[in-house]
Each structure stands twice: as structure tokens, then as C-alpha cells.
Design a protein around this ligand. Structure first.
Ligand code: GYE
Length: 612
């Protein structure tokens, strides 16, 4: 029955959409195709209606929906039909993450593609938008830990369809965090395919187990409601049941929390609104387009709802004519990347009419904290900073929060106990950069055995140094022929890269590869290798990260073998986030920038167009 309905629904939509396939160029400026995975989950209905509602705010934009009824083959056919109908951009919410990837890649060769909700492997699409499902799971477990406290307790988990990426991520996040409390045991885990009635049946079939548990955590609110119904049937109405989604409307998570049916829910935005807004940015070729947007998820309880109603909105107290003031605390001037980053921020602020208070912390965390405090005192609208290291920010960020000033982390991440202290992260995926450097290396040296690698690390304790190391090691560890024989920090500074490499060359006779966490240190290493009478790029292969101009110059001379791009041009994205915030829009949790990999062979083709 479900399939029939889906197909019938699809045909209806397709017939309706049929009229728009004949494009009337005079009044339709863009047609956006939406390949939806299914419409049997309320969450997806909300996604579609958000897409429609948002599209209405852009005159001349037409949306054409298809519904794959959870069949991958059907979704491939849908995408095909949408393309043939003449859409300008595809939004796809994939049925699954793996096998659909080639169809998405082929479409991306023809037009921009936004992947919504389920990430796919690789980078063959324009933009990914979705929740951080690992974090969603962590947030749920944090609530459970807080709720159960020190006593012994048990929890039952009801998951969405097994074998789907968000489910695995939610499970991992939930269990990892739960393990922090030894007194809490997972008493059972069941899959109910995201469906309310299936969850109700499961609870009915295991009533004793459910009745004896302290908390039931379901991967969506619909299943949480199903469990509630089963327990209410036998007179249990005070069980702590928590869900995910936090949709508005009847039977939505917010109403269920308000009514006391659920103790809590974690909001999981559908991204429909964001997808259309970003689609328009792409179609109108606006500045500051990111690669991945992770949406914010928040814990909702009755008391949080009550509190929220009494808190003024983000732009309270501003009058619309006031210039927007941004305080930016730069970490220092350690090299070429940072110089480009600073320039990008200053010029983008000018272009956007934002008043910028700029402080340079000269590589001192203390100075950076002082700068943030000075922005709080000045009462700026938004604070942004590029955190020199990951930890040690809780106190000053609490001060900013207490003053009602949002904080954006630009380029690097922080580790804080309360994740609401940071409004948005505008960062690169440093782990992925490390992986890409390693993948390039494995391919380049695939026929060799016993490849000996030295690593020149970034500033210890900084997010890029921690993550670039992690991502690189993850891939290298899979190869029996590659070993990281030594690693030492060069703090992202050219001279220190030179020093570290000089010592490596004294300590080790047979170095095959240098992996440097940035180009500046690689350039320092090149100097050291030449001084030792060896040929960089030949006797010793060198791979680094950033993609600055000097790295391209070194590649054209054959001295550097590969650079993995990490764009410093964050100014336009940052200003967009600031303006969106001031306009009262909810900002995503994390925005990842676009990045490429440039081996030596292509350096000449790109060098003249490198923007930094
Ligand atoms: O790669 C390095 C700089 O935080 C991403 O910092 C940034 C890094 C960049 O010093 O060159």
C-alpha cells in the first residue's frame, strides 16, 4: 500500500510538474528539481513544504518535486527525468549514500547539485546541507546522563532504518557519550524504520523491558510517540521518552514536549529553507559559497521552551539603520595563508558595509582573549575569531554569551563544554585534508615498499594540527608499506619547518617523504633538503596543505609534489553569516569551505589563477 501511494503521489506530482516542463522563459528564471527520497516520514513532508515556502519568496522560481518512495532505482530515474525536463539545479535528498553517488556525480557534470540530509562520499556535488547526526546522538545521550544522574539506570534505543548513515552516526554519538557514565546501561536496541506504528508494536511486544527502563531514546519523535502510545495503553504515562526532530505542528516534537508526552527532543532541521536560499546563491553566482553546511540541532525540553519564549530575538535592540559592527580577533601573522585570510576579511567587511574592529593577537592566546573581551566591552553585534588553539575558551565565551553577543569561529574550531557558546563554525575539514594528502601519497607510491615518512606538524593544540595529523594517519595506517617514522611540530612557521627538517635529516638517513601541515613549513623543509645536498621533489617527495601561490611556484620548479587546498578566503562567507544573523536568521552550526587537491603536474595550469 505504501509503495502504491508513493507511486501514485509521484505520478500526480509529475503530471502537475509536467506543465512547468515547457519552460516559459519570460517569467520563469529558474527551475529547481527536488528528488525526494520518500514522503512516508513527516520530517520529509516538512522538508518539501519548507522548500516550497522558501521558493515563494523568490519570484520566478519554480520547484518540481519527485518522490522515490525509498527506492534507489526510482530515484535514479527521477533524477534523469528532472534533468531531461530542463531544470537548472538539482536538490537531492538521497535514498541511501553509496550507490546513488554515481548518478549524483553525473548530474553534477551538467548542473549544480545540492545534496540534502544524507551525505555522500567524495566531493562531486556543489553543496551538502544536513545535520551533524553524530552530534545529535551525543546531545541525546547528554540529556540521558543528566536525567539519570548518579543512580544506576537503563536506557532503550529505537533506531531508524538500519543500514542508513544518519542512523549509524546517531548511534555512535549516543553510545560514545553514554559510555562516559558507567552507571547507565543500554538495555536494548530495536529498529523501527522511522515509523510510529512499528515503534508502538515493538514496545507492545517488549512491554516488561520498556516498563522497567528509565529512559527510551528514539531516533525520531514519531517513533517516540509510538512508544508513548504503547505504554499509555497499559497506564504508564510518566516514562522519560525522548526523540529527535522537534518539528512544529500537531504530533510534532515541540507540541509533544509541551504536552509532556516527550521529556525532550533534539531538533533536526530539514534544511529545506537553507537549500533553496543556497540554491539561489549558486544560481545567481554569489560570493562565499561553501561546500558543506551542517545545521544546528538543539535540545528542547519544557523548561527550555518556557525560557526561549522570554528571551529577546537575535537582533533585539538594533535599529535597522545602525551599521553592523563585527569584532574580529585574528590569531597572528604566521605565514602566507594567514596574510591572505586577513586581507579577505578586511576587504569583504568593506564590501558588505560592515564596520570591522580588527585585533591581531600576535600568536598569543592571552592577547586573543583580551581582544574578545574588548569587543564585548565595545558592545559589537557579532564577535568572530580564529582560535589559535582548541581549548581554554570557556570563560571568555561565557562572558560573550552573557552579554548576548554571538561568536563565530573562523577557520579553526574550539573544544568547549557547552556547544551553544559558539554560534557557527566557518572552517575547513582538516581531517579530510589530512586524508587527501595521504591518499595522494598512497597513489603516487603504490608500487613502492617501505616508504618512510616524516611529518612536520602545525602548532600543537591547534585544530588544524590535531586533525591533519589524525586524517593523514588514518589512511597511512591502512598501508603496510608506509610508515610515519618521525613527527615534530613546526608551528605553521616557515623557519621552524626548516629547523625541524634539518634535524630530521641528521636523525634519519633514509627519508622518502615529507608531510607538512602547511605550505610554509614545506618551503622551509625544501630549503633544508637542498642545503643537505638532496633534491626536494625527487630524492624526497613533499606533500603539504594550503595551496598558497609560493607552493604552486615550488611545484612548477619540481620541488614540491602536491598541495591540498585549504582556502583562506573566508571573508565573504563570514560577512554573509554576520548579515544573516543580524537579519534574524538561524545560522548553521558549521560551514565547510570548498577545497581541491593540486599535484605538481597541474601546477602550471592553475598558477596564474591562484587567488592567494
Ligand atoms: O593551514 C596554516 C595557518 O588555521 C587553516 O593556519 C589555518 C592554518 C593554515 O597558519 O597555514
Amino acid at each position: 500500500m505504501k509503495t502504491f501511494l508513493n507511486h501514485a503521489g509521484y505520478f500526480l506530482l509529475f503530471l502537475l510538474a509536467g506543465c512547468s516542463f515547457e519552460r516559459d522563459v519570460t517569467d520563469i528564471s529558474f527551475v529547481i528539481g527536488v528528488a525526494q527520497a520518500n514522503l512516508s516520514e513527516p520530517w520529509r513532508e516538512v522538508m518539501n513544504s519548507e522548500i516550497l515556502e522558501t521558493a515563494k519568496t523568490y519570484p520566478g522560481v519554480k520547484i518540481v518535486f519527485t518522490n522515490a518512495g525509498d527506492s534507489r532505482e526510482k530515484q535514479e530515474a527521477d533524477i534523469d527525468k528532472l534533468i531531461r525536463s530542463g531544470i537548472d539545479l538539482l536538490i537531492v535528498s538521497p535514498v541511501e549514500s553509496r550507490e546513488i553517488a554515481p548518478a549524483i556525480r553525473d548530474t553534477y557534470e551538467l548542473m549544480p547539485v545540492i545534496v540534502l540530509d544524507k551525505a555522500i562520499e567524495g566531493y562531486d556535488y556543489s553543496l551538502f546541507i544536513g545535520a551533524d547526526n553524530h552530534l545529535v546522538g551525543t546531545q541525546a545521550a547528554r540529556f540521558v546522563r543528566e536525567y539519570i544522574g548518579e543512580e544506576n539506570g537503563t536506557v532503550i534505543e529505537i533506531t531508524g532504518s538500519a543500514d542508513s548513515l544518519p542512523v549509524t552516526q546517531r548511534m555512535h554519538g549516543f553510545r560514545e557519550e553514554l559510555r562516559e557514565s558507567e552507571n547507565i546501561k543500554l538495555a536494548g536496541s530495536f529498529s523501527a524504520d522511522w515509523l510510529r506504528d512499528m515503534a508502538e508494536d515493538i514496545a507492545n511486544n517488549h512491554l516488561d523491558l520498556f516498563a522497567a527502563s528509565d529512559v527510551i531514546f528514539a531516533h525520531n519523535d514519531a517513533m517516540a510517540l509510538g512508544v508513548y502510545r504503547a505504554l499509555a495503553e497499559v497506564g504508564i504515562t510518566d516514562k522519560a521518552i525522548i526523540g529527535i526532530d522537534g518539528l512544529t505542528g500537531a504530533e510534532g516534537g515541540i507540541a509533544l514536549v509541551e504536552a509532556g508526552v516527550l521529556k525532550a527532543t533534539i531538533t533536526c532541521p530539514t534544511g529545506g529553507r537553507e537549500a533553496v536560499n543556497r540554491a539561489m546563491d549558486i544560481l545567481q553566482e554569489r560570493d562565499g559559497l561553501p561546500k558543506k553546511i551542517f545545521l544546528r540541532s538543539s535540545l528542547i525540553t519544557r523548561s527550555i521552551l518556557a525560557e526561549r519564549d522570554s528571551v529577546p530575538g537575535s537582533n533585539a535592540g538594533r535599529s535597522s539603520g545602525d551599521p553592523v559592527v563585527l569584532g574580529f580577533a585574528q590569531l597572528g601573522k604566521e605565514g602566507a595563508w594567514r596574510e591572505a585570510n586577513t586581507k579577505s576579511i578586511i576587504s569583504a567587511a568593506k564590501r558588505s558595509g560592515i564596520t570591522l574592529l580588527f585585533e591581531d593577537a600576535e600568536l598569543s592566546q592571552k592577547k586573543q582573549i583580551d581582544a574578545i573581551r574588548s569587543f564585548i566591552d565595545a558592545g559589537v553585534d557579532v564577535i568572530a575569531f580564529s582560535p589559535i588553539v582548541e581549548t581554554g575558551w570557556d570563560e571568555v565565551l561565557h562572558e560573550a554569551k552573557a552579554a548576548g553577543i554571538p561568536v563565530i569561529c573562523s577557520d579553526r574550531t574550539v573544544k568547549v563544554a557547552d556547544e551553544t557558546l559558539v554560534t557557527t563554525y566557518l572552517v575547513a575539514d582538516f581531517i579530510e585534508e589530512g586524508r587527501r594528502a595521504a591518499q595522494w601519497l598512497l597513489e603516487e607510491t603504490q608500487d613502492e615498499s617501505d616508504v618512510r615518512i616524516v611529518e612536520i606538524g602545525g602548532l600543537p593544540g591547534s585544530a588544524p594540527a590535531i586533525d591533519r595529523r589524525k586524517g593523514f594517519a588514518e589512511i597511512i595506517d591502512r598501508s603496510a608499506s608506509h610508515t610515519i617514522i618521525d613527527s615534530a611540530p613546526g608551528d605553521f612557521i616557515e623557519n621552524l619547518g626548516y629547523n625541524v627538517m634539518t634535524q630530521f635529516l641528521v636523525r634519519h638517513e633514509d627519508i622518502d617523504v615529507v608531510y607538512a601541515h602547511n605550505d610554509d613549513m614545506a618551503l622551509g623543509a625544501i630549503r633544508a633538503i637542498e642545503e643537505a645536498g638532496l633534491e626536494p621533489g625527487k630524492d624526497i617527495l613533499i606533500v603539504s596543505i594550503d595551496g598558497v601561490k609560493a607552493a604552486f611556484q615550488a611545484m612548477t620548479k619540481g620541488k614540491l609534489n602536491c598541495t591540498v587546498e585549504c582556502s583562506p578566503l573566508l571573508g565573504p562567507q563570514l560577512m554573509k553569516a554576520v548579515i544573516d544573523y543580524v537579519n534574524g536568521e538561524e545560522l548553521p552550526l558549521r560551514i565547510n569551505t570548498e577545497e581541491g587537491v593540486f599535484p605538481m603536474e597541474v601546477a602550471r595550469d592553475f598558477i596564474s589563477s591562484r587567488p592567494y
